[in-house]
Design a binder for this molecule. Structure first.
Ligand code: ATP
Ligand code: MG
Length: 630
């Protein structure tokens, strides 16, 4: 066994030989001719000429050995429904779904937009697309109509798959009116919407474009749809990042590179063996859901657990009981869920038999030290923080326990994963920072397999957004600050842009600002994220009104605050709603007119706002302080 250092060096210095070997982990219908094509940087093509299929690797390939093993265990504490599907049953369901989609005109290369809650059909639909060679674009079910419309126009799908409703914390959220409104807003016309009827929404829409899934499923009950063999570099899916600027970025991924990278990660990082049970408590609408609820565990022959519900319903012990009941071996979630669980009665955790659990994985946001220490001592199992992005598809920093069980260090997710030539760089010069020096986390060309190929439909945006931060150098910027230590461990120090993370949901502060300023009373607004002990971050809004006297009447402040909250709900969903709205006479700005969001956030968190050169109106910061004190 090579040490981590040797293995990583080889993966960077000789990617052809390293990834050529890793490629044996999956089935190739036609072998590839070339491991890596780097003729057109910053684009990279992996396993050129090889033909494969994600659905075949996730299901069909396992039928010989594990037809009767559970592939999917579905648990909903919202509806009380629990279902199990063996690999053979999953195969049948995905064939049915694929046949239904085919009958509705879905063919290779077409897009299917999936707007579904956490139900097994979400997984069936994604794998059915993969089977047909169609490109899925899953939109998180919490998004409101305008966000959905923007994604419809960008992906131009031939079909939308949705459900009557989602359910969260005991509340039913009707989906069909949202889809209806999104379709009305979108320029692109989608001919058909396939409706999974959960019988949750009493007043579900009866629009003519809606096609009920159940009767079609019956009709195609015994269907067998062959897997379409795709060249490794054809697109498998598009997944939008939260989008700090108006238009979200459609992260496009390939087929072969993604399958190989996930299979390798399951061994090198997650140590998931065939027959293990893995529970990733995330949503299929996020990248963690795509990679570690669906593709990676199935490609590696595990049982995957899909969960609809929160960590504290019916009570704060539910997650521990699920681990016990389903003998979960690997668990993956976000630190925000742990911060919620930490507040529960410790007995609830102690009472559960957690002996099946081997490792807990956490990603998506910084793992704060108190939470890390708590879970470590309460669980007495390895806790593996891992750092990555929608763009990379799998962890770029973690402890590669499957290669070498390096000891974790508090405050750092670990070391660069195989194939990631990751460095911390001076933001201006691009020079590699010395240990202890803060810089931007960057990746050398080429990105390893599994990473984004391009921005959907916009190669130049891919280059401009990610590869242009240091002129003259072929460097991918993560837009996150980081620092390394003497041993090569990397710590993440936050983002260079303005995205906030509320309870695991990523929101662009600029999007929230846009929603608020759409209200006619608003002249100007600044939204910042501030630390929150439960949600990670919450949004605070600082609003300048067109007419300051509008607040003079009794109750006007509260009424306006409620109206602004409604505007945010309508544009982005309730999750984006600011925790507080403060009204100011002016906003603090630099002389060049740039809003001092960072300084406002610092004041809101009780920190020193730091150096403020060239501030336009020093009184503005005092106003912020006074508003916060009220
Ligand atoms: P957008 O790119 O549209 O602004 P986003 O960056 O919020 O959206 P994701 O790709 O889901 O969307 O999030 C990736 C980001 O999450 C990383 O760039 C980093 O800032 C943060 N992150 C992820 N995992 C960790 C971690 N383990 N520790 C610290 N930060 C993390
Ligand atoms: Mg990002």
């Amino acid at each position: 066994m090579p040490t981590y250092r040797e293995a990583h060096r080889r993966s960077i210095e000789d990617p052809e030989s390293f990834w050529g070997e890793q490629a044996r982990r999956i089935h190739w219908e036609t072998p590839f001719e070339q491991v890596l094509d780097r003729s057109n940087p910053p684009f990279a093509r992996w396993f050129v000429g090889g033909k494969t299929n994600l659905c075949y690797n996730a299901i069909d390939r396992h039928l010989a050995a594990r037809a009767r093993q559970n592939a999917l265990v579905y648990v909903s504490t919202e509806t009380g429904i629990e279902r199990r599907y063996t690999y053979a049953e999953l195969h049948a369901e995905v064939n049915r779904m694929a046949a239904v989609m085919r009958s509705l005109g879905v063919t290779q290369g077409e897009r299917v937009l999936i707007y579904l809650p956490m139900i097994p059909e979400a997984l069936f639909a994604m794998l059915a697309c993969a089977r047909l060679g169609a490109i899925h674009s899953v939109v998180f079910g919490g998004f409101a109509a305008p966000s959905l419309a923007a994604r419809i126009d960008d992906a131009t799908p031939v079909l939308i798959v949705t459900a009557d409703a989602g359910a969260r914390a005991g509340r039913v959220i009707d989906y069909t009116p949202l889809v209806d409104e999104a379709l009305a807003r979108a320029t692109h016309k989608v001919p058909k919407v396939l409706l999974i009827d959960r019988q949750l929404a009493p007043e579900r829409l009866q629009a003519p474009y809606l096609v009920a899934y159940e009767p079609l499923r019956e009709r195609f009950f015994d269907a067998h749809v062959p897997c379409v063999w795709l060249e490794s570099n054809q697109p498998s899916y598009v997944l939008y990042t939260s989008g700090t600027t108006g238009k979200p970025k459609g992260v496009q991924r390939d087929v072969g590179g993604y399958a190989v990278a996930l299979a390798a990660s399951m061994e090198h990082i997650f140590q998931g063996k065939p027959g293990d049970t893995m529970w990733t408590a995330s949503d299929v609408g996020w990248v963690v859901g795509h990679s570690y609820i669906i593709y990676a565990p199935l490609i590696a022959g595990l049982t995957t657990v899909m969960y609809e519900g929160t960590p504290i319903r019916p009570d704060g012990g539910i997650w521990w009981r699920i681990i016990e009941q389903h003998r979960i071996n690997l668990m993956f979630t976000a630190p925000t869920a742990l911060r919620v669980l930490k507040k529960q009665d410790p007995k609830l955790m102690e009472q559960a038999d957690l002996s099946s659990l081997r490792t807990l994985f956490l990603a998506g946001e910084p793992l704060d030290e108190p939470t890390a220490q708590w879970i470590q001592s309460a669980l007495k199992k390895p806790v593996v923080d891992n750092y990555w992005q929608t763009e990379t598809g799998w962890p770029m920093i973690a402890i590669p326990r499957g290669i070498e069980a390096l000891s974790p260090k508090l405050g750092s997710p670990g070391v660069p994963s195989m194939g990631f030539a990751l460095t911390v760089r001076n933001e201006a010069t691009g020079e590699i920072c010395a240990p202890g020096e803060k810089g931007v986390i960057a990746l050398d060309y080429p990105l390893p397999p599994g990473c984004m190929q391009t921005v959907w439909g916009d190669d130049s945006r891919f280059i401009k957004t990610y590869w242009n931060s240091v002129p003259g150098q072929q460097l991918y910027s993560t837009f996150d600050w980081g620092v390394t230590d003497e041993d090569g461990y990397v710590s993440i120090l936050g983002r260079t842009d303005d995205v906030i993370n509320v309870a695991g949901h990523r929101l662009g502060t600029r999007e929230i600002e846009e929603a608020i300023s759409s209200h006619r009373a608003v002249a100007e607004v600044a939204v910042v994220g501030v630390a929150d002990s439960v949600k990670g971050q919450v949004a605070l809004a600082f609003v300048v009104l067109r007419d300051a006297q509008a607040l003079d009447k009794a109750g006007a402040r509260e009424a306006l605050e409620a109206e602004l909250a409604r505007s945010v709900d309508a544009h982005l969903g309730a999750i984006a709603r600011p925790a507080r709205v403060h009204f100011l006479a002016t906003l603090p700005k630099t002389r060049s007119g740039k809003l001092l969001r960072r300084a406002i956030a610092a004041l809101a968190e009780g920190r020193d706002p730091g150096d403020l050169p060239m501030i336009e109106d020093a009184g503005a910061l005092v106003q912020v302080k006074e508003a916060l004190a009220r």
